[in-house]
Write a protein that binds this ligand. Structure first.
Ligand SMILES: O=C(O)COP(=O)(O)O
Ligand SMILES: [Mg+2]
Length: 225
């Protein structure tokens, strides 16, 4: 595989942030008088950004058409909790930091996430991963959200590579669909929040972050890995 740049998904790929997302969601729901949900349940709702997450939680409470004002308040509460403690309960996945540390010496790396940019930057910062990352691109409007290819097009442009040389590494269906739509190669990680039934033959499978080095032998050798 030849890649000249990497685009990493954030939640479920670089960081196990589900405990923080579940805590922020629970705090927002409780403030509005709704019950919260178990981590196992919330984990399966992650991947499409906080607005979709909140809608899924409300739908689970039987509210399929929530008032825009309620959605706005829940999202504001969710953001405040996240920004106050972006990664208080979660952690960087084992092995990620070493791989980013090595590969960032030899190729540019972007984070491409369905989190809004402000929240994504706070999480990347709290995770200690900012030094390895050239760009953090978040989905600040619904049109930017993966599976749309827009953020990957922006990442390729800003990192100065063709989309066909930008490897998208993610844990969910939106990551793979965005990569396909943008013309990027894709790798699916096994340690994330899942939801991909069959990634298809064109997608690489990673069971551990170190396996990325085998996909990029030239850069791994350059980085001395
Ligand atoms: O659902 C989210 O908050 C964002 O998810 P992502 O980083 O996996 O795109
Ligand atoms: Mg993800």
């Amino acid at each position: 595989m030849r890649a000249d740049a990497l685009a990493f998904d954030l939640d479920g790929t670089l960081v196990d942030s589900a405990p923080d997302i579940a805590a922020a969601l629970a705090a927002a729901l409780r403030a509005e008088g709704f019950g919260s949900f178990e981590l196992r349940v919330v984990r399966a709702w992650i991947g499409d950004g906080p607005d979709v997450l909140i809608r899924r939680a409300l739908a689970a409470h039987g509210l399929d058409n929530p008032a825009p004002e309620l959605l706005r308040r829940l999202r504001a509460h969710f953001d405040t909790t996240t920004l106050a403690a972006p990664l208080a309960h979660g952690r960087v996945f084992e092995g990620i930091e070493a791989v980013l540390d090595g590969l960032s010496e030899v190729l540019p790396i972007a984070v491409v996430t369905n989190k809004p940019t402000k929240l994504a930057c706070a999480v990347v910062q709290a995770a200690g991963l900012m030094p390895y990352v050239t760009e953090v691109l978040g989905a600040d409007t619904p049109a930017l959200r993966k599976p749309e290819p827009a953020l990957l097009h922006t990442a390729a442009r800003q990192l100065g590579v063709a989309a066909s040389r930008l490897l998208m590494v993610g844990d969910g269906p939106a990551d793979l669909q965005a990569a396909a739509a943008a013309g990027c190669p894709a790798a699916l990680v096994d340690w994330g929040y899942g939801g991909v039934a069959d990634p298809g033959p064109a997608v690489w499978r990673l069971r551990a972050p170190q396996q990325l080095l085998a996909l990029l032998p030239r850069q791994a050798a350059q980085a001395g890995l």
